[in-house]
Design a protein around this ligand. Structure first.
Ligand code: GN1
Ligand code: MG
Length: 356
């Protein structure tokens, strides 16, 4: 991540419609794509400032259109509202013309909130399920045609397979040998997952990145407050959001865990998560309930093959903290894929019992 001085960041804030003064900043380093800063006023966190990665999000105005539209629905007594801070020109984002265009946006920070990268607490798993169900129930009424496909085919297995094949066709023998086992695994699972028929499932406005640390919790009550990181909000199938949540809640290890024995499928966390979804169970169709468990296999696999592809390509998409992080992520995500696949029948039963 590029380093910014406080005065550079204050110069950016100057373009937004907030009081002009000197703010302090803390970088948030968990994301793989954007550069994110917490903005402090009198030592209190007040805003989130982000530089949007234009390489990944080619259509920034589409991204901001989707967020702005969805935010009008995402508010209730048990769902905290996030506000976008406009620029002084009344726009949702700032475009700075430097050597290349640089895009920045700001939103309010929800006070006394926190996020968890992983959990062993079944109450957190329940609350996460409740918040995701609530998010979908609030967006039920949203008009799908108003949303732009900002990353076309984001969770499309065929697209990811093509990118993987392309990377394999150009990679050197050294890397191909190092990554032999995840490459073989990917080929095997691709054949299996091809059979899932997503076309019969309803299209919804999905979050498309519902990992646990994209859910805010109240520090005081432990309740889930809302979902954050709405960049990938676009049309999708509910099982994408289901799968991303399961892969990060039911597995108590981080997604780049190197010791595969630490990667777990915790049934108590899975059941609590589905109990949380059940609070809003009226939104789910029969086909969604019948196919949902596959999401918990598909999503870790999709992220795994994307990470593996990026490793083969030389880390051109994700920000990496060290050279082989993408390889480690693929191994860990594939390990969870395998563990989830073993529990497919169990997941189907739990989902049916709690959501049907
Ligand atoms: C990326 O940067 P972050 O963590 O919000 C990625 C997601 C992955 C995630 C972690 C646009 O999101 O799909 O779930 O890394 N976002 C994009 O694997 O590619
Ligand atoms: Mg994201």
């Amino acid at each position: 991540m590029k380093l910014y001085s406080d005065s550079e960041l204050n110069a950016i804030l100057h373009h937004f419609s907030i009081t002009d003064k000197n703010y302090a900043f803390a970088p948030l380093t968990d994301g793989f794509i954007n550069d994110t800063f917490l903005v402090f006023d009198d030592q209190l966190p007040r805003y989130i400032l982000q530089r949007v990665n234009h390489n990944v999000f080619k259509d920034i105005s589409g991204v901001m259109n989707n967020i702005k539209h969805a935010l009008t629905y995402l508010e209730d007594t048990d769902y905290s509202k996030i506000l976008l801070v406009e620029t002084k020109n009344g726009k949702e984002y700032l475009e700075l013309q430097e050597e290349t265009s640089d895009y920045w946006r700001m939103m309010t920070y929800i006070s006394d909130s926190t996020a968890h990268n992983t959990t062993t607490d079944s109450n957190i798993a329940f609350e996460a399920g409740r918040a995701i169900g609530k998010f979908h129930s609030l967006l039920q009424g949203a008009a799908i045609e108003n949303y732009v496909d900002t990353i076309p085919r984001f969770h499309d297995l065929k697209l990811r397979e093509g990118q993987f094949d392309q990377a394999l066709s150009t990679v050197g023998d050294g890397k191909r040998e190092i990554a032999k086992s995840p490459i073989d695994f990917a080929k095997e699972i691709l054949l299996l997952l091809e059979k899932i028929d997503l076309d019969t499932l309803p299209l919804r406005i999905c979050h498309n990145d519902t990992k646990l640390n994209n859910i805010l919790f109240s520090k005081e009550t432990g309740e889930a407050l809302c979902l954050i990181d709405l960049d990938t909000l676009m049309k999708g199938r509910f099982l994408y959001d289901f799968g991303d949540a399961v892969r990060t809640i039911v597995n108590t290890a981080p997604e780049d865990e190197k010791e595969l024995s630490k990667i777990t499928f915790q049934k108590n966390l899975f059941e609590s998560f589905v109990d949380g979804l059940a609070v809003n169970k009226s939104i789910f169709s029969t086909q969604e309930i019948e196919n949902m468990a596959w999401g918990a296999v598909l999503m870790p696999f999709l992220h795994g093959i994307r990470a593996l592809t990026d490793y083969l390509n030389g880390n051109i998409y994700y920000k990496v903290a060290y050279e082989n992080q993408n390889l480690d992520r693929s191994l860990s995500l594939f390990d969870f894929t395998q563990k989830a696949l073993k529990e497919l029948g169990y997941m189907e039963e739990v989902i049916k019992a709690k959501l049907a």
